[in-house]
Design a protein around this ligand. Structure first.
Ligand code: 5FX
Length: 548
């Protein structure tokens, strides 16, 4: 048990639906947790799920003052719960990735002179040039995405530079859209922050730098040089570097908390603010993902997090700078057809029983005697294909499989896809690789056995319900100690270890090594078949052209 006056470290998470915090002590024990739910606790902002979906169904924003007011409320709750802020030695945090905050001219001065007798919500009323911040869920900037691809020399080239093709929700495309459609708001903007660096600015009492890792989700940062890409910046807005400031390593200590926090809440003058980052990079820290590890979240959508040394950005998925080791990278892949498809096949093949589903996995051999299935019930993100496609051992398309074979075809197919696309982004299984499984389906040991066999690595389970917050608290603690990579894992070695659940069968490497190559070939075939046919020119117009 830590002494009552022992040091504390805070991790905040400004996520889409709520603001959360955890406080840990030097032994990594969680000593306090709190949160503010935007919809129910701040109903005056009239959000649903923390956002406003506009009439065009494409524009999705959040009121920036709601985030500010949530911080006021959260700090009051923490104080009410008796948290002694004078014990906090460092704090850090995370925010939804890609979202942006536009500070109005004069905001810097306001931030430097915050009156401790008032709350932030009162003080910052006039500090934003855009009151409704674009969020990661926004998909209204397709035109700007097309323009960015053209300026960069194509989607592949942009992906090579920034780690992702142009996405509507990414910050650069939102900045571009604002400049084009609301020039006056853009003109009076003094600084543009990410949600993460905006939150850090509140604590610092000045504009906080964007960190490399969250900065990689903007379609603006060259992920290899870790500097703003000239071609992307020029295509987005003139003199954009002045509005963004220079990006910094994610482990940077930005400075002490401002006097506002010292006087209003009793923080120590020495309490450090460590650069805030995106929620996914912070989760990577919370899970303590290491080189070679892969985290697979098995939920409605399946998500794969990777630690990558040498990235090979691809049109699917994102590669970001790594928040723990500035020389490494992390990648994120999203697969839309996860649990709902597993449940459909369970209903159809094993009468809705998970026990029988598991038995089917146990009773069928690794490699499924060569039967392979692709189950894209709805349009998949990775890869962009739709429909159910089944193949027999001779690669001939078949219309159905027996119930037991179908269960294994589904689960093997899903995990082969996760591995194939991870490897395409530069992921490599190395000795010591661990698969960290999370999400609903991670409670099924037979599903995890297939995951372990396909990746030929042991599978561990880990509780990630608070991973972004916890990762932020770990990063705060680490930021204070040092910024060398080895020390992060030293600093967090007392955290609860993931639990080993299964190890791969001895024949797994051989079976799935070959099957992966076959799966890749068949996926290409499925993609060709899912592609809409090229529009044919009408014969008359072809003839007319020839006549000319
Ligand atoms: C990642 O690229 C995303 O857009 C989301 O996971 C947001 O970070 C959610 F906050």
């Amino acid at each position: 048990m830590a002494a009552p006056d022992a040091a504390l470290y805070l991790g905040f998470d400004f996520s889409t639906q709520q603001l959360k915090v955890v406080a840990i002590d030097g032994n990594l024990n969680v000593v306090h947790q709190n949160n503010v739910q935007f919809d129910s606790e701040l109903p005056e902002f009239r959000t649903q799920g923390g956002v406003h979906i506009h009439a065009d169904r494409l524009t999705v924003t959040s009121p920036v003052l709601m985030w500010v007011k949530a911080l006021d409320l959260l700090l009051d709750k923490m104080k009410g719960a008796g948290l002694d802020f004078s014990r906090v030695r460092a704090l850090s945090g995370s925010g939804q990735q890609h979202g942006s905050v536009f500070w109005r001219r004069g905001a810097s001065e306001t931030l430097q002179n915050l009156d401790p007798d008032q709350n932030l919500h009162q003080l910052l009323q006039d500090s934003f040039s855009v009151s409704h911040s674009p969020t990661w869920m926004d998909s209204s900037s397709s035109r700007q995405c097309d323009d960015l691809h053209t300026a960069a020399g194509g989607a592949e080239r942009l992906t090579e530079i920034t780690g992702s093709r142009a996405y509507e929700g990414f910050t650069g495309n939102q900045i571009s859209k604002l400049r084009q459609t609301r020039p006056e708001e853009f003109r009076v903007t003094e600084r543009i922050s990410l949600v993460s660096s905006f939150a850090a600015s509140l604590f610092l009492g000045g504009f906080a730098s964007i960190d490399y890792s969250d900065g990689s989700g903007m379609n603006l940062l060259d992920i290899r040089t870790r500097t703003w890409s000239e071609v992307c910046m020029d295509a987005t807005a003139p003199h954009l570097d002045r509005l963004l400031g220079a990006p910094v390593p994610s482990t940077s200590v930005l400075g002490p908390v401002s006097s506002y926090w010292v006087q209003r809440f009793g923080f120590s003058e020495d309490c450090r603010v460590v650069a805030f980052t995106g929620d996914n990079p912070a989760s990577l820290a919370g899970m303590r993902l290491q080189q070679g590890d892969v985290a697979v979240s098995l939920g409605t959508s399946d998500t794969v997090f990777l630690w990558i040394q040498q990235p090979r950005p691809a049109l699917e998925g994102h590669v970001f700078c790594n928040p723990l080791d500035w020389t490494a990278f992390m990648a994120l892949l999203c697969f839309k057809n996860g649990s709902l498809t597993r449940e459909r096949i369970r209903n159809e093949s094993t009468g809705g029983s998970w026990e029988l589903f598991s038995a089917a996995l146990r009773d069928t051999p690794l490699g499924n005697n060569g039967n392979i299935g692709f189950y894209f019930d709805s349009m998949e993100i990775t890869p962009p294909a739709v429909g159910v496609h089944l193949f027999d051992p001779e690669d001939k398309k078949v219309s159905s499989l027996s119930p037991q074979v179908e269960v294994r075809a589904l689960v093997e197919g899903q995990f082969l896809s996760r591995r194939l696309h991870a490897e395409r982004l530069g992921y490599a299984i190395i000795p010591g690789t661990r698969v960290l499984a999370t999400g609903g389906a991670s409670s099924n040991q037979d599903i995890l056995q297939v995951l372990s066999d396909v990746f030929n690595a042991p599978v561990y389970t880990i509780d990630v319900s608070n991973s972004a917050c916890l990762g932020s608290a770990y990063r705060a603690l680490h930021g204070l100690v040092s910024d060398s990579i080895s020390s992060f894992f030293d600093v967090v070695k007392k955290a609860p270890e993931p639990q080993l659940v299964v190890t791969p069968h001895p024949e797994a490497q051989q079976v799935y090594g070959q099957m992966l190559q076959r799966y890749a070939r068949l996926e290409e075939r499925v993609l060709q078949e899912s592609r809409p046919p090229e529009p044919q020119e009408p014969i008359s117009s072809v003839q007319e052209t020839r006549d000319l």
